[in-house]
Ligand binder design. Structure first.
Ligand code: B12
Ligand code: SF4
Length: 584
């Protein structure tokens, strides 16, 4: 007798643009680690035949950022199999309204749906009662999954199979150990839908720090948990078998991973002695340069780009959000240390801290351009994300916050600000992108890259994306992809489906307009690159940002914030700095 099939379809939802259309692309640029994790966990359930020897578990996975989801087809497949469910994976707050719309379609057809990810976990972890949007899901008969899936999915699959799934599974109180946990993996055909063929893994979870805007500590905990070097080698080998060797390591701070050294040693061995062409994109903190050998080993292990959570350069803002571990007096030294290893630096900068004003933001960006050797800078709005201490405080105090979760994408103003009106804050955000990505500064960054031996093409390509995504496509670079797709019929619940006669002509004009803008931008930036490449003087380029700070000398960058520097261990003495500024 043939085995029965239990069909699981995993979807990582995207979110809606301002017109209510799903943001998706022919190719996305960043892989979804949540999808890889849940796919890996369920593959293990399938291999272990958790529904018994006569039931085959079949799994499909889609990232909606690069795939138009055909709900009818999926419903047909699950019905044809005779059972199964849809898992909406890694759903962040900004993706929750889209996830609910997808759930609505599946639930209308009687298909079981489970939603997991940071919105569900963050709300359940921090709020005293279930918010209305989570109740909406329960009313539709959706199952909510809070906490991590490791070691818990077999029970969930069995419950759904038997028709006894609970409305809520809450595992937040009990974080699974990461050592020898199931491995994140996606089949190559799914990875290939990301341009550049990057896949991902997390080598650790949890963070000991306490930044008030962060959700991670309240969902994944403040105790750090790590995978072992053996786990990482297994992930790399399993991916390499299918021709995938580029990895985005999604740890919020890989430098704090207790196993960083044996993991990097293992990767170095695979790369230098066993011919694996590993490439790594790491996320680190601003203190990583203090760890002896960390940057050198990261580069040898294949790291050629690094994301650094700079967040802000004003010590007062950093202290206000409890991000005291960011020490601005070490920023330049840290960035120079990465450059010495020819690694491209990519920093995140948050706008809208309580003391920020449009003028102070503009001033700070000019300071960064002149004094810090950062290649790529990206901007975020300070947002009270559900799951963060900031959100909880505002919620409990009854301070107005945008009720539309679709706007919690760090590109929208979601609450009030003490010194800026909403239009001022929005203007400061737009101005920040325009101010950093000027042709003049692109030229400077490319000259710095040339003299530091950093791959010019890599830097210019990244600058094209980061300069154009917000200004041409109106999406943050982290949500960007290649060739925007907009399905006419997949519009936000409640909005009308437009007539093809109105929709397609408008879309054609928009598409051609954007193409023209991209063409102009690409031509300009490539011309700057050509000019820098042809200039022999570029090999001797030097400026303040590249100048090493002599031992004991005071950095001019630090002097600007002299009166804001906290009296912490290792900080330059406040009075001394202030005296120098006064004398200057
Ligand atoms: C890597 C990453 C990205 C990547 C990839 C996204 C991804 N999810 O893989 C990129 C760069 C694209 C990204 C973008 C953004 N991100 Co991000 N990202 C992360 C990061 C650092 C790691 C995500 C991850 O892999 N976690 C590990 C996985 C395994 O955890 P998980 O998703 O919770 O999944 C587990 C459980 O929830 C559960 N589960 C999840 N889904 C399901 C489904 C089912 C059916 C079941 C049973 C279980 C289950 O099981 C999983 C395994 O244990 C997190 C922070 C963090 N530490 O998690 C932020 C984080 C998720 N991102 C965040 C944000 C805000 C964004 C952006 C909006 C920022 C921006 N302006 O661009 C964009 C959104 C755009 C987009 N299209 O995704 C926030 C979300 C907070 C919130 N309340 O919404 C986080 C938490 C960081 C923060 N600032 O607090 N991000
Ligand atoms: S923002 Fe980064 S450093 Fe701060 S608590 Fe969150 S994960 Fe940790």
């Amino acid at each position: 007798m043939e085995n029965r099939v239990f069909k699981i379809v995993l979807i990582k939802p995207s979110h809606y643009d301002a017109d209510g259309y799903v943001i998706q692309w022919w190719r996305s640029t960043i892989p979804s680690n949540s999808l890889a994790s849940v796919y890996g966990l369920l593959s293990e359930c399938a291999a272990e035949r958790v529904l018994g020897p006569d039931v085959d578990i079949e799994i499909d996975a889609f990232d909606e950022c690069n795939t138009v989801i055909g709900a009818k087809g999926i419903i047909g497949q699950i019905r044809a199999a005779g059972g199964g469910f849809v898992g909406l994976v890694g759903v962040q707050s900004n993706q929750y309204p889209r996830a609910l719309d997808l759930a609505r379609e599946f639930r209308a057809a009687g298909v079981p749906v489970v939603i997991g990810g940071f919105h569900v976990s963050g709300c359940i972890s921090m709020l005293p009662t279930l918010p209305a949007d989570l109740k909406d899901a329960l009313d539709l008969g959706v199952t909510l999954f809070a906490g991590e899936g490791e070691g818990r999915l077999a029970a969930l699959v069995r419950d759904i199979h038997e028709g006894t799934a609970k409305p809520i599974y809450n595992h937040l109180a009990d974080m699974p150990e990461m050592a020898a946990a199931s491995l994140p993996i996606l089949p190559r055909r799914i990875v290939a839908r990301n341009s550049g063929n990057y896949t991902s893994f997390d080598a650790g979870r949890g963070c000991p720090f306490q930044c008030s805007f962060c959700t991670i500590i309240n969902v994944q905990g403040r105790k750090s948990r790590y995978r072992t070097p053996d786990d990482i080698e297994e992930i790399v080998r399993a991916n390499a078998k299918q021709g995938v060797t580029k990895f985005f390591v999604t740890d919020d701070n890989f430098a704090r991973n207790r196993n960083w050294e044996p993991i990097l040693d293992r990767l170095i061995d695979l790369r230098e002695n066993q011919g694996f062409q590993i490439r790594l994109l790491l996320q680190v903190d601003t203190l990583c340069h203090r760890i002896p050998g960390f940057i050198e080993k990261a580069a040898r292990a294949g790291c050629n780009a690094v994301f650094i959570g700079l967040e802000n350069i004003n010590p007062e803002s950093l202290a206000g959000t409890k991000k005291r571990q960011n020490k601005i007096w070490e920023y330049r030294e840290m960035l120079q240390a990465w450059r010495r290893q020819k690694v491209m630096t990519w920093a995140g900068y948050i706008l809208g801290f309580p003391t920020d004003t449009p003028e102070s933001i503009a001033r700070d960006i000019e300071i960064i351009k002149k004094e810090l050797p950062i290649d790529i800078l990206e901007f975020f709005m300070l947002t009270p994300l559900p799951g963060s201490e900031d959100h909880k405080k505002l919620f409990l105090k009854g301070v107005p916050m945008d009720p539309d979760m679709n706007n919690y994408d760090l590109e929208h103003v979601c609450t009030g600000h003490a010194a800026m009106t909403k239009p001022q804050w929005e203007g400061a955000y737009r101005d920040a992108w325009a101010r950093y990505y000027t042709d003049e500064h692109v030229d400077t960054v490319l000259r710095r890259a040339r003299v530091s031996g950093i791959n010019l093409s890599k830097v210019v390509n990244a600058m094209i994306v980061f300069s154009g995504a917000t200004r041409i496509e109106n999406v943050h670079p982290l949500q960007f992809g290649i060739v925007r797709r907009k399905s006419r019929t997949q519009r936000r619940h409640g909005l009308p489906i437009e007539s093809p006669l109105i929709y397609y002509p408008r879309r054609a004009v928009e598409f051609v307009g954007n193409l023209y803008q991209w063409g102009t931008l690409v031509r300009r930036y490539l011309a700057i690159k050509k000019h820098v490449k042809a200039d022999p003087a570029a090999f001797n380029y030097i400026d303040e940002a590249l100048t090493p700070i002599a031992a004991g000398a005071q950095d001019h960058f630090v002097e600007v914030f002299a009166d804001k520097i906290p009296k912490t261990h290792g900080a330059p003495v406040r009075e001394k700095v202030a005296e120098k500024v006064a004398a200057a």
